[in-house]
Each structure stands twice: as C-alpha cells, then as structure tokens.
Design a protein around this ligand. Structure first.
Ligand code: AMP
Length: 456
C-alpha cells in the first residue's frame, strides 16, 4: 500500500536548502495541487503521465523532483531532456528552470529551430545538464553528432497533446530510438487524446497517472442530454437536423476527436449552412484559427467545429450548446468540453452523441459525474446513414491467399520500373485529397477562408 503523505506545504517536500531558498525568493507560499501530487511519484523513478494545463504550476511540478535528484557533474552529455512543441515554450521552460536553480550549479541549454544551429552546436559542445528542446532541431543536432543522448536518464515531454496534434509523432519516435532504454519517462498533457494514449502505450512502462480535478465546472447550469446514434454520418445528419432550429441553437461549439473528423463534419455542415459554419484544427493556419474564433465570438458564424486540443485557451462566452460528436474516452475531456457552456450563471446545454462502441466511455463519464445523462429519442425524421468512415469500415479479415511468389525465371528483380510504378510516394494522401478539394495547399487555410467568404 502506498503511504499517503500530506504535501500541503513546501516544508513537507524533502528538498535541498538551495531549492527552498529559490522557492522563498520566488514568493511561492504553498505547492499547487499538481506539485503536491507529482513530487513523490516522479521522485520514485516510475514513468509518469500528468494531466494538467498550463498555469497549474506543472513545470515546477516536474522540475522540483528532477532538480532535487540531479547531482553536480562536469560531464559533457546531458542527463535530462525536456521536449516541448514550440520555440516559445523552450524559452519559457528554460527561464522557469533558471529561476528554480538559482542556487544550484546547473547548465541548461536551449535547442530550437529557426535560430542559428552553429551557435546551438557550440553551446551544446560546452556541456549541458538539461536540454530543453523542440524535437526537430534536437534531432538535427544529434544527427550532426553535435549532441549525444546516451546519458539521458530522464525524459520529459511537455504539452504532448499539442506536440502530437502538430504532427511530431514521427520525430518523437526517432528520438526515443536514440535514447538509452533505461530511463524515466515523464509526460504532461492538458487533454488525453487517442494519439497521446497510443504513445503512452507504445513507449511507457506501467506509468502512474496524476490528474488534477477539473475544478469550477458549474454542472448545475448545464443541462446534459445524449443520443444513441449508429455511426459518424448519422451523427452528422442528426446535427444538421438540430441546427435547423437557429433560434435555439444560436451559438454552438461542436467537438470531434480529430482533425479528419473535423474536416468530414465541416464538409457536411457547410453544404447545408454555408458561412454559418467554421472549423479549427491544427492544420489550419494560426491566422485562420484566430479569425474563425473571432467570427464565432462576434456571432458572425453560428457553429464552430473544433478538436479537443485546439479548443484549449478558447475564451468564448454565451455558448448555447456544446455538442460532443464523439464520446471522449477520457472523462476529463468531456468535463473540459461541457465547461465551455453554462458559464457565469448562464444556462447551457450539452449534447453527447454515442455509438454502441462508445457506450462504455459514456458510462465512465457518468460514473465520474455521479449522475446519468438523460437519453433523448432519436428523431424519426433523421436519416440513418449507411455511409461509413474508414475507421468504421469492417476490418478485412480475409487470409492473404492471393499472394504470389515472384517468378524467378523472369530474371533479375532490378528491372526498369513500369511508367505506373515510377510514381514517387508523396506521402500524406489525406492532405493531398483535402488540398485538391480546397484547391490550395492545406496550410493556406487563410486563402480558402477569404475566397469562401467573398463568394457568399
Ligand atoms: P506553469 O503551469 O508551469 O506554466 O506555471 C504557471 C505559473 O505559476 C508560472 O509563472 C510559475 O512561476 C507559477 N507557479 C508555479 N508554482 C507556483 C506556486 N507553488 N505558487 C505560486 N505560483 C507558482
């Protein structure tokens, strides 16, 4: 049995005087909940998954035990690697570390793209204890042999949901392969997504999860209902049907689990409602996203489709409905989503669409809230779609009996490729498809946005 030790003040933390002095200088009176919870778990050396948003004191939550353990050393190769998704975060995290380690002799080196690589190579060559890095530039430094990761004992991945949403999975996997297998993995994420879960499953060993309660969600102000719906496109039909009541559904935030679903849903809704609909996800440019949110805030667009990760930091008031087009498998995400409505004494409504496969996730949410979500009857007028998304298609279980061995009498395998096979794999077929559809590169969300608005 794990012993429960009270960690209400910094005095309860077994940390060095140098760290205590730094905390005093910073004027921190008491640890934040994530700091109290994370300290002994991280110190134990186990793999850790922390669910916490920026502003909760999470940087200090992982740095405090790591700094406590890090002994003075003159060795060149770093022992702690902290990966973050953006250059701004590299600077921010490094700055925080410098504050905490004011009375320690610790070398922190910042590594990020868009800046001179030679300077960073020189800095790294002088020796580092902690590297704070974005994955791409870090990998470049390792490939150019300027940096060795063989001494890394602790890996922290911060804001991992954003990192994966930005498409860094491949870079992360590459980096994992270069790290010693005996290491502690620590990961912080504000939301749990399927991608985050897969990453944990693939690379973490029996991690401990620390989560801080979603506070201040005024559940009393939110009426919660759910519909049992057979598949994605039927969910889309149901949403179209509901959105026709423009007075009732006057400011609607729709959550989907990933960007593909966001694009699929947008396509259906746009056909029906045109400019009243906007979508934001990480493949849209920053400007496009900012403008979409502004327009939604001002009431120019009535419906905003978003993914969990993109909805972070959205400050939108007077939302009439939050629609959960999918049922989050992590109940915390549901709580974050519905907390977008029913704010500041306003009444709000949340709708949850769940398939048979999602029934269990719905029940987990109900257990967390200790209440049942009222079921509404599926409206007879709504068409039940037979169209399935790729992930809903039945899996092909046919044995691969059609595989033929190459006829060796045909000679060498090194022949000229036929014209058809000369095609180079361009990768990202989905992106190309979308780019074709919108007649522009996917990353130029802006252009498309302007054109569409002009037409209307
Ligand atoms: P973070 O969630 O790591 O981005 O931290 C948010 C802010 O809270 C930072 O400016 C920290 O310096 C500050 N902070 C961290 N821990 C504490 C604490 N125990 N008391 C007061 N402020 C804190």
């Amino acid at each position: 049995m794990q012993q429960i030790v009270s960690m209400d003040t910094f005095k309860d933390f077994s940390i060095s005087n140098q760290l205590h002095y730094a905390i005093e200088d910073l004027g921190f009176e008491k640890p934040t909940p994530i700091q109290s919870k994370a300290f002994s778990v991280i110190l134990s050396g186990k793999d850790v998954v922390g669910i916490a948003q920026t502003g909760t004191g999470k940087t200090f939550a992982y740095m405090l035990p790591l700094l406590q353990e890090l002994k003075f050393s003159k060795q060149i190769h770093p022992r702690i690697l902290i990966l973050v998704p953006t250059r701004e975060l590299v600077l921010q995290v490094a700055e925080e570390i410098e504050k905490f380690s004011k009375y320690l002799t610790i070398r922190v080196v910042k590594v990020y793209g868009g800046a001179n690589i030679n300077t960073q190579q020189q800095e790294v060559a002088q020796g580092a204890d902690i590297i704070v890095a974005t994955p791409g530039r870090l990998y470049d430094l390792v490939l150019s042999r300027s940096l060795q990761l063989k001494s890394i004992k602790k890996l922290v991945i911060d804001e991992v949901d954003i990192m994966l949403d930005l498409g860094f999975r491949f870079q992360l996997t590459n980096i994992f392969e270069l790290l010693p297998s005996r290491r502690q993995n620590i990961m912080f994420s504000a939301t749990m997504t399927d991608e985050v879960n897969t990453l944990i499953h693939d690379f973490f060993t029996a991690p401990s999860t620390i989560s801080i309660a979603v506070s201040g969600t005024p559940l009393d102000n939110i009426a919660q209902y759910c519909y049992s719906v057979s598949n994605f496109y039927t969910k889309a039909n149901l949403l179209v049907y509901l959105l026709k009541d423009k007075d009732l559904f006057n400011k609607v935030l729709v959550f989907v689990s990933n960007k593909r679903s966001a694009d699929r849903l947008f396509e259906v809704l746009e056909e029906e409602f045109g400019y009243e609909i906007a979508v934001i996800h990480s493949n849209k440019t920053q400007n496009y996203r900012i403008r979409s949110i502004e327009n939604f805030n001002k009431g120019k667009t009535r419906v905003l489709v978003t993914t969990d990760v993109m909805s972070r930091g959205l400050h939108i008031d007077h939302i009439s409905h939050v629609v959960n087009l999918d049922t989050p498998s992590f109940p915390e995400n549901y709580m974050h989503r519905i907390g977008r409505t029913g704010r500041a004494e306003q009444e709000g409504t949340s709708l949850l669409f769940y398939t048979e496969q999602e029934q269990e996730a719905k029940e987990t949410i109900e257990t967390l809230m200790d209440m049942k979500i009222s079921n509404l009857d599926f409206p007879e007028e709504v068409e039940i779609s037979t169209r399935l998304t790729p992930s809903e298609q039945p899996k092909d279980t046919e044995p691969r009996s059609t595989y033929k061995k190459r006829d060796t009498s045909l000679g060498s395998g090194f022949h000229e490729k036929s014209e058809k096979n000369k095609k180079v794999n361009q990768g990202g077929s989905y992106r190309r498809l979308i780019a074709k559809k919108y007649k522009k590169p996917k990353t130029r969300g802006d252009k498309n946005y302007n054109n569409r608005n002009k037409k209307k």
